[in-house]
Write a protein that binds this ligand. Sequence first.
Ligand SMILES: [Zn+2]
Length: 150
Amino acid sequence: MLFIKIYILIIHSLIMTYEQLLDEAYKKVKQVDTSSSRFEIPKIQGHFQGKKTILTNFSQIVSQIRRNPEHFQKFLLRELAAAGQREGDRLVLNKKVSSKKINPKIEQYVKEFVLCKACGKPDTEIKKEGRLTFLHCLACGAKHSVRGKI
Ligand SMILES: [Zn+2]
């Protein structure tokens, strides 16, 4: 009887450790997953040229946030109260605007039109349904309405 009890104890402790190991492994996988998929809001790069501001990484940001360049451009120009046009991969503003003013606008755009309001991931797309515009999340399936006009 004593042997059986010891045997059961050993088995039990083995199972416990195994479960704990699985738990640990799971925690590690989760940690790696969240850190690798963490999305960073892109920052503007550019310089002044006379009275103009040349935003050199405009196209790069567009591909990072995977949004329509016209939509993003329209938002930026309106928010910065600037006129501007694209020249290749660049966006040229017809006045001097410091990056300190531009970066918060990019952040605002990303929060409103890129990041899922439910899970916070950037794997989203903008969809129009009739008169309404939605931000549809491909990661969790959530759908939130966003303003159609900017
Ligand atoms: Zn989501």
